[in-house]
Design a protein around this ligand. Structure first.
Ligand SMILES: [Zn+2]
Length: 115
């Protein structure tokens, strides 16, 4: 069913907005003694199947905007790992307006300025 819905959206130009979490053990959100409000047990760990999107929902040319800005070094590590599969571009601002004409043709990571 998920594969049919995803294929239908792709074939009919229907926009798909999706999120995915991505962590390593150094992230502030990850704790082995979580408070379940701001910290949680390890989940969506980078490089594990738990971080990957369900295959049936893989997007053809996803635009990824990193949401967790833990700092420049964390972002740099993430971009280094992603560079193999994604174009990397920067918005030059802390917000961006996205429409169908501005969607990338290749899988792209768009980095917004921090706060
Ligand atoms: Zn998380």
């Amino acid at each position: 069913m998920l594969a049919r819905l995803t294929r239908h959206a792709h074939e009919h130009g229907i926009r798909i907005v999706a999120t995915a979490d991505d962590h390593d053990l150094g992230h502030a959100e990850i704790s082995h003694t979580p408070d379940w409000a701001t910290t949680y047990p390890p989940h969506c760990m980078r490089g594990t199947p738990g971080q990957a999107k369900v295959v049936e929902t893989t997007l053809r040319a996803p635009l990824t905007i990193p949401m967790h800005m833990f700092g420049p070094s964390t972002l740099a590590r993430f971009l280094d790992l992603a560079r193999e599969k994604f174009e990397i571009s920067t918005a030059g601002s802390n917000s961006v307006e996205i429409g169908r004409p501005s969607l990338p043709q290749k899988p792209t990571i768009l980095v917004l300025d921090g706060r």
